[in-house]
Design a binder for this molecule. Structure first.
Ligand code: FES
Length: 165
């Protein structure tokens, strides 16, 4: 029995879109904003839904995280318009500034989190704002026509902020 999961399940069970709402709320209220294996198994069992179905919902939607997330999320668009306007060097800048190194076998990985859990760097296929390329999002704020200098300032101001307690 888990009071937290039980209360979220009870709030949505039987309502349309219950599984999505439950996963969203559990993720939002879980430290480091992610869905861990225990949560997925508990929800599957108590909603009487096959674990494979819960897992496919959690992996289908890009807003679900299966790994712990940093306090801030920096999302770099890697779509064609942004690529042609320099998103690859911008991504490399972010990784370098945050001291994140891609390991061998990470080629298909699109999410990296710093060891201190302050930042997660992700990529997306397109923000739908191609005319403003290159586009980067920091948490929920979209920044258009990003440059290396603007990016460096942004990261400096984020790193200077106090860690959330
Ligand atoms: S390709 Fe980057 S916003 Fe569309």
């Amino acid at each position: 029995m888990n009071e937290f999961y039980d209360s979220v399940i009870a709030a949505y069970k039987g309502k349309p879109g219950a599984l999505l709402s439950i996963l969203e709320e559990v993720q939002r209220r879980t430290e480091h904003t992610y869905l861990n294996a225990k949560a997925l198994m508990y929800i599957a069992e108590h909603m009487s839904i096959p674990l494979s179905q819960v897992y496919s919902v959690a992996t289908f939607y890009s807003f679900f995280n299966l790994k712990p997330q940093g306090e801030h999320t920096i999302t770099v668009c890697r779509g064609t318009a942004c690529h042609t306007r320099g998103s690859k060097p911008l991504l490399e800048d972010v990784m370098r500034m945050l001291h994140i190194e891609q390991q061998e076998g990470d080629e298909d990985e699109n999410s990296f989190t710093t060891d201190d859990m302050r930042f997660t760097v992700r990529t997306v296929a397109c923000f739908g704002q191609c005319a403003l390329a290159p586009v980067i999002a920091v948490d929920d704020v979209i920044y258009s026509r990003m440059t290396s200098d603007k990016l460096a300032d942004l990261i400096k101001s984020l790193t200077a902020r106090k860690v959330k307690s």
